[in-house]
Design a protein around this ligand. Structure first.
Ligand SMILES: Nc1ncnc2c1ncn2[C@@H]1O[C@H](COP(=O)(O)OP(=O)(O)O)[C@@H](O)[C@H]1O
Ligand SMILES: [Mg+2]
Length: 306
């Protein structure tokens, strides 16, 4: 079995009398982008701060490539690169000077490595400009470059697309995917936005009130109970409704000459046969899978995510 990049085992956090994190347990594999999804106040930043060793946990432990954050802190933390809050830079210096400065804080970062991370995040054309001239998206990418200097095997990004414009969001997403696929990094990305997580991640963990309420792959999540909305364009519509009602027991919804039924994929051919046998003309069928958002609302009992 492959050694997980990160393992959380029953991680709890209590501040004062308030329990913020209630026993989180999950693993993240190398090369995997794991999305940490939850509404504001769910406990994402708190969990990430504990993974990075910026905050002590009350109970449980976190292992980074098998090394305990509690008892082997240095060995554990050497594999981590993270942007926890908005990255801070010297705005009057160039991006490049900022990286040179950051490189001095960690050992073994060569000039070649600096050039390499600059290319990795696509900043080569602007790296000698002052940071104060950078867009928010460019600053995020510079933060990413800085976090990658020491060749970490794990990257942790707390809400990396917050405040970015759509173009910036697409870029960050692209670089995150590339780092996982080309460099084999394990990446944790937190977000309160479902659409973000859906596009970037292989697997998502949903956190709510300090509890992990579900962990699934993005594909499983969408396909979980393969029911989808199937639209039939039929004539005559009234007859089709009668026929479907008596055979499926479901009342189809109607819009103009279209009927909608909630069906599993396997059930579609049977329905087509029934319609055709009843002499109903079938002009078209379209299927529509439930979005992750609909599934998410089901899992959380309809509590809004944003
Ligand atoms: N230092 C602290 N003292 C007390 N409560 C805190 C502290 N930090 C965070 N919290 C509380 O913990 C919960 C989770 O916060 P946080 O981890 O920032 O959530 P998220 O990042 O998912 O928005 C919130 O209810 C927040 O108010
Ligand atoms: Mg947060």
């Amino acid at each position: 079995m492959v050694q997980p990049a990160i393992q959380l085992k029953n991680v709890k956090k209590t501040i004062g009398k308030k329990t913020i994190i209630h026993g989180l347990t999950f693993d993240i594999q190398p090369g995997e982008v794991f999305g940490f999804l939850g509404p504001n106040g769910a406990g994402k930043t708190t969990t990430i701060r504990m993974i990075c060793g910026l905050m002590k946990m009350t109970e449980g432990d976190i292992y980074i490539f098998g090394h305990s954050i509690k008892t082997e802190f240095k060995r554990a933390i050497q594999h981590l690169g993270a942007i926890v809050e908005n990255p801070e830079f010297y705005n009057h210096l160039s991006g490049y000077r900022n990286l040179v400065h950051a490189a001095r804080m960690v050992s073994g970062v060569t000039k070649e490595r600096i050039d390499e991370v600059v290319r990795l995040v696509g900043l080569q054309h602007r790296i000698h400009d002052k940071v104060k001239t950078y867009s928010l998206g460019m600053r995020q990418r510079l933060g990413l470059a800085q976090a990658l200097l020491h060749r970490p095997k794990i990257l942790i990004l707390d809400e990396p697309t917050n405040g970015l414009d759509p173009a910036g969001i697409i870029e960050i997403r692209k670089y995150i995917r590339r780092l996982a696929e080309k460099e084999g990094l394990a990446i944790i990305v937190s977000s309160h936005l479902l659409s973000e997580i859906e596009r970037m991640c292989d697997r998502i963990g949903i956190i709510q009130n300090g509890r992990l309420i579900d962990v699934q792959t993005v594909n499983e999540f969408v396909n979980a109970d393969a029911e989808m909305t199937v639209h039939f364009i039929v004539d005559p519509v009234d007859l089709a409704i009668e026929v479907l009602k008596s055979t499926t027991g479901q009342q189809p919804a109607r819009t103009g000459d279209q009927l909608q039924l909630s069906l599993e994929r396997e059930a579609i051919p049977g329905i087509v046969e029934i319609l055709v046998n009843a002499g109903i003309k079938l002009y078209g069928i379209t299927t529509q899978k439930k979005s992750l958002e609909e599934k998410f609302l089901e899992v959380t009992g309809g509590q809004q995510i944003v």
